[in-house]
Design a protein around this ligand. Structure first.
Ligand code: PLP
Length: 392
């Protein structure tokens, strides 16, 4: 008999992907330029030319070694390259032993959650939160506990988090720059979180891990992103080059187990074990080799910054309420009715594809991704206008 939970997950896919699939179909029907697909986080900026050059260079190597398995955790040289990058940028004591290569942030998050929880534990997320966290936490047979971010400024609500922690709490997941809101947690906010968690760890007598999901670390518009592992001892970072190098389809990322964790070697071993148990070993080797040498390339955020301005200008002109994003490439727009799905359905009738906020754990908003061409954003104005008119 098939597994009912898996059936439910498969027959009701992630709403982001539902919209994305509809967008592809709709574009085939009425032409690409007539669909304003702001649903998925596929970077519109191409990968830097150095990535292609490196791939071409690698293709000259003997196929049998180029395409061979790496060690489960990745190539030693690639892991060392990540450690060097983190050491240079954030002054931490990383070595290759702290790094485990993964197929994107998704695998990193699943491995990490499995490595540090037991069935029946609780893992806290900050709402709105990336849709797949709940699936990941429940896959580890844990309970996903949603704590709203502070409504006034979309920072972590330290008091609410403190109240949510209990003896079953194993971890808290944070994501900054944030999908879907675009907020960046300030250093002060992270310091307050760290102080609270440290106190709670002492009180409870067990670690509370901070899972720091950072695929948008480099996509910012002027604000600093504090490196969480420098502020809280028990931090595990999940990273992906999907956004920073525009390589989402190549499935490449890593887990960094902070060396400050008292039993870091054991946590790393559990990460290795979870990778093995879940089948996430030996991340795509060609791309381990690519990122090994391309890791220090700067991320070009200019096009996203321009798109952000184009979209927020449309919002301002038409009187939509939204949260000004400091990072990532999504705009969190207030729906014009309480029912976010109904709002997104109306948008869809104008070929404007948004994602309802319910799947991020919050009612009454919608997510508009501006990682598309500037043309798409400019042309979407008429759809936003028509949508507004529907409510007048
Ligand atoms: N975490 C967040 C916050 C994301 O937005 C995404 C993808 O959009 C992921 C994780 C998954 O990243 P990846 O494609 O590297 O698995």
């Amino acid at each position: 008999m098939i597994n009912e939970r898996m059936y439910a997950l498969g027959s009701q896919p992630n709403p982001i992907r539902v919209q994305f699939a509809y967008g592809l179909q709709r574009k085939a029907e009425i032409g690409e330029e007539n669909v304003y697909d702001l649903s998925i986080g596929n970077p519109s900026i191409p990968a830097p030319p150095a990535v292609r050059e490196r791939i071409e260079e690698l293709l000259e190597e003997p196929a049998q070694s180029l395409h061979a398995y790496s060690m489960a955790a990745g190539l030693m040289s690639a892991r060392q390259s990540v450690a060097d990058n983190l050491r240079k940028r954030f002054g931490i004591q990383a070595t290759a032993a702290n790094v485990y290569f993964t197929a994107g942030a998704t695998a990193a998050l699943y491995i990490t959650t499995a490595a540090i929880t037991h069935p029946g534990d609780e893992v806290i997320v900050n709402a709105p939160y990336f849709t797949e966290y709940k699936v990941m936490i429940e896959s580890a047979q844990c309970t996903c506990v949603e704590v709203p971010m502070r409504a006034s400024d979309f920072q972590l609500d330290i008091d609410a988090l403190r109240d949510a922690i209990n003896p079953k709490t194993a971890a808290i997941v944070i994501n900054s720059p944030n999908n879907p809101v675009g907020c960046i947690y300030t250093q002060q906010n992270i310091e307050e979180l760290a102080a609270m968690l440290t106190q709670k760890e002492e009180e409870l007598g067990h670690p509370i891990y901070l899972i720091s999901d950072e695929p948008y670390r480099e996509i910012t518009y002027g604000k600093e992103v504090p490196f969480t592992a420098n502020f809280y001892r028990d931090t595990i970072v999940c990273y992906s080059w999907a956004k920073s190098l525009s390589l989402p389809g190549e499935r490449i990322g890593y887990i960094y187990v902070s060396d400050n964790i008292p039993n870091a070697a054991e946590v790393s071993a559990a990460v290795g074990g979870a990778g093995r148990a879940l089948g996430f070993i030996c991340a795509p080797v060609l791309f381990q080799r690519v990122v090994e040498t391309c890791i220090d390339l700067p991320t070009d955020v200019e096009a996203y910054a321009r798109n952000r301005k184009l979209l927020t200008d449309i919002m301002d002109d038409l009187g939509y309420e939204y949260i000004q994003p400091d990072g990532a490439f999504y705009l969190w727009v207030k729906a014009l009715e309480d029912d976010s799905q109904a709002f997104c359905d109306k948008a869809k009738s104008h070929d404007l594809l948004l994602v309802n906020s319910d799947c991020f754990g919050v009612p009454g908003w919608a997510r508009a991704g501006y990682c598309v061409s500037a043309e798409t954003i400019k042309n979407s104005r008429k759809a936003w206008e028509a949508l507004k008119r529907d409510y007048e």
